[in-house]
Design a protein around this ligand. Structure first.
Ligand SMILES: NC(=O)c1ccc[n+]([C@@H]2O[C@H](COP(=O)([O-])OP(=O)(O)OC[C@H]3O[C@@H](n4cnc5c(N)ncnc54)[C@H](O)[C@@H]3O)[C@@H](O)[C@H]2O)c1
Ligand SMILES: O=c1ccn([C@@H]2O[C@H](COP(=O)(O)OP(=O)(O)O[C@H]3O[C@H](CO)[C@@H](O)[C@H](O)[C@H]3O)[C@@H](O)[C@H]2O)c(=O)[nH]1
Length: 448
């Protein structure tokens, strides 16, 4: 089966490489010439564990190709995936510019029966727009080419994208015909050998499933962040509460970790987009409005703790920030909570020294030149008055606290992910603040 994947970002490249892994003949297309040139040289444009191996193996095996020409690439393909970005527009709704541009080009190029599958996250009704755009192009060139559209939202997580794609919890496909259903069932058969379901449904339901899934997960996180903030007021420990509620299988243990707000290219934009979709239909999604508002506030919680610790005066203080990526195992810094914290620290007159194991290059594009980019975690804490742990990378989990004690000017740790042991830090002489817990350590008088 010959397949084209349009858009070679986090989703498109993983999709293309994983489909090629099953023996399919895949061509990945992108408008970004530099990206495609680098991919042809074996340079992977993003950090995603395991992606380099799978791309290299399939590229060398001839099953995976790269191109900047959509028109040439899609001609012989029976299935075309659209995996371009759908960033938030000014009003928060999904910007469909790239998706519809691709649809028009597909319409201008296909010559035989084709299934056009929308994999990008798009609002309900987008597949119908894609279909209309392709149809219009076909009519304009007077071509009677049979095609169908389908919706196949992607649920992979950055940092574990390969595993998520190869062993999905489920695959959701919205189709309108048995023919498209049979072809997509065949294509995805190798990925559901684990017994997890391939769920066929109508197209609007498939499109909405994606937003509902992300919104549900974001709701769990904002709910726990709200509870964490209440824990601090009541003298309770959110991690005990988390374990206490998570043991009930109806609630479950996953995605209830409090922190400093969810980030990334999906939850923030998809929650906002779904709120907008509802509003366009005269319906207020009140729960999601609160989820979004709680998340915006949560991104400021760590800054408030740091400012309070230093008696409201941060001018001249040096704060080390560990982690910029929105989560570990990715170089993606879109909507990362670290960016909000760093901006607030700089605005308050603090010096900021940052370190991230893989996101430093991305960070240099967006962070102010006043930020000091450290060469290692230890380098970042040199001369610092405080350490803020933002992203829970593995290499930050067991720091050499004693060595750091000598490097830091003042000894206080702000743990945005609740990964450190307060007792251990107290023994070495650090003050400790985390999320949703008032530990005895935190109640120590601030150091000068
Ligand atoms: N990143 C994730 O974890 C994730 C997971 C599931 C779904 N999604 C959704 O998948 C979609 C893609 O997300 P992403 O993170 O991979 O985006 P991305 O920004 O990493 O990649 C998008 C790519 O599309 C290319 N592109 C734009 N216009 C094009 C065109 N006309 N022709 C060819 N290529 C074009 C861009 O150059 C870019 O390389 C979005 O709708 C997103 O919401 C993302
Ligand atoms: O208990 C938790 C779990 C996650 N997060 C935060 O939530 C954000 C998103 O994390 P995660 O969902 O792991 O990463 P993404 O790669 O953004 O994946 C989400 O967004 C993708 C794009 O739509 C979907 O495909 C995935 O299913 C969905 O999990 C990150 O900032 C995490 O730190 C928490 O604060 N607490």
């Amino acid at each position: 089966m010959k397949i084209a994947v349009i858009g070679t970002g986090y989703v498109g490249l993983v999709t293309g490489a994983c489909l090629a892994e099953t023996g399919a003949d895949v061509i990945c297309v992108d408008v970004n010439e530099i990206k495609i040139e680098r991919l042809k040289k074996g340079i992977i444009p993003i950090y995603e564990p395991g992606l380099d191996e799978i791309v290299e193996r399939n590229y060398k095996g001839g099953r995976l190709q790269f191109s900047t020409s959509l028109r040439e690439s899609v001609r012989e393909c029976s299935v075309i995936f659209i995996a371009v970005g759908t960033p938030p527009g000014e009003d928060g709704s999904a910007d469909l510019r790239h998706v519809l541009q691709v649809a028009r080009e597909i319409g201008a190029s296909i010559t035989g029966y084709t299934i056009v599958v929308t994999k990008s996250t798009v609002p309900v009704g987008t597949s119908a727009k894609v279909k209309a755009a392709i149809q219009l192009e076909l009519e304009q060139r007077d071509a009677a080419v049979e095609f169908e559209v389908a919706s196949n939202p992607e649920f992979l997580k950055e940092g574990s994208a390969i595993d998520d794609f190869l062993r999905p919890d489920r695959i959701v496909i919205g189709t309108e015909s048995d023919r498209a259903r049979e072809i997509l069932q065949k294509l995805y058969h190798p990925f559901v050998l684990n017994g997890h379901p391939l769920l066929f449904m109508d197209i609007p339901s498939a499109e909405l499933t994606k937003y509902a899934a992300n919104s549900m997960l974001a709701t769990k996180i904002s709910f726990m962040n709200d509870i964490a903030n209440l824990c601090e007021l009541l003298g309770a420990d959110v991690d005990a509460v988390r374990k206490g509620i998570g043991s009930d299988p109806r609630i479950g243990t996953r995605f209830i970790y409090p922190g400093i707000g969810y980030g990334g290219s999906c939850f923030p934009k998809d929650v906002k987009a779904l709120i907008g979709t509802a509003r366009e239909n005269n319906y207020e999604l009140r729960i999601l409005q609160s989820v979004d508002a709680v998340n915006d506030d949560q991104k400021h919680v760590m800054f408030a703790k740091i400012r309070r610790h230093f008696g409201g005066e941060l001018a001249g203080k040096t704060i080390a920030v560990w982690g910029i990526a929105f989560k570990p195992n990715t170089d993606d810094i879109r909507e990362a909570p670290a960016l909000v914290l760093i901006e607030s620290l700089l605005a308050a007159g603090a010096n900021v020294q940052v370190y991230d194991p893989v996101a430093m290059t991305e960070a240099r594009y967006v962070l102010s030149e006043n930020v000091l980019f450290a060469s290692s975690a230890l380098d970042a804490v040199k001369g610092a008055h405080a350490l803020a742990l933002v992203t829970e990378w593995s290499e930050f989990r067991l720091p050499d606290w004693k060595k750091m004690h000598d490097l830091m000017l003042n000894h206080v740790v702000f743990d945005g992910r609740n990964i450190y042991n307060p007792a251990e830090l107290q023994e070495i002489g650090y003050a400790y603040h985390c999320i949703g817990r008032m530990s005895s350590v935190e109640k120590l008088e601030p150091e000068v």
